[in-house]
Design a protein around this ligand. Sequence first.
Ligand code: SF4
Length: 337
Amino acid sequence: MVLERYHQINNGEKTAKFQIAKRIEVEYHDNDLDELLRIHNDIKDEFKEVLESDTITPSDLEQKKKIKVSFLDLKIDILQKMLKNCVFCERRCEVDRYSERGFCKCGVESYYSSDFLHMGEEGELIPSHTIFFNRCTFRCVFCQNFDIVYDDDYIANEFELAKRVDLRFRQGSRNVNFVGGNPDQHAHTILRILRNVESNIPVVWNSNMYHSQELANIIEDVVDVWLGDFKYGSDDCALKYSKAKNYWEVVTRNFRRAEKNGELLIRHLVMPEHINCCTEKIIQWCSEELNNPRFNLMFQYYPTFKAYDYPEISRRLTRDEISRSLSLARRAGLDLV
Ligand code: SF4
């Protein structure tokens, strides 16, 4: 069954990963980053065992077991230390975010633009409690969220947002969906929010999949569903439209890793004049290299922001481009949303 574990969490049969991470006790002192990572990587095996054997059930969450320091706390401490030399994403700026800004322009505080029950996501996700963080690790010239990517709106208070996640859960949300912009650069804040969430709710990481392996190592134990954009089939296109280097290698690596550590829902926004270089290549790779992921082939591209500076993408898709993309995906046997 597609997104099986996700549905089981929704049905109260399984426990969201972050709730498991909160209930695994660890012991450490104020160690340096390397030492914390060593402890973290040792505990990862224990976490996997607990996850796979369902030792922590949803009903266990009602018992308020006292945990002094949890696996999730350890992850947060690691991320807070990683901010001093930030490689959260493959920009690898190596800036100290306590005093400087890298490409994404984020410091230590995170800001968000809105949160609401989103009814426009994929059917299996709605209603989705979507939290739109400011800022991004990409610079897409056709960005449809450019109004939230270049500003800081509201400070993301971990306690207030956690309460909101619980409230939205009571209102019927099926997941908490961290997006933006992009969530990666706010991973430390997001994990702090999750530390304060009480609900057994699946975590959706709605991302450009340009995160580093270092970040994946930490966040993959709290992400239930990777809702990943697969934008480009060519490094030239990624560089031209999103200022992202080495795109194909990074993103395919991350999709492979995400599949091993969670469930996948891939989005591909078809762009005008990019069927051969991007859509076709992505469809082929996903059908050959991944284990039949859920795949959303999206046709809602419209030129906005700086897209008019690029004549080839300054229009909507033609009918021919849509039908060609669809038949490529069907022929490849993708599980289309
Ligand atoms: S999150 Fe990425 S873009 Fe932002 S400072 Fe870190 S490495 Fe740079």
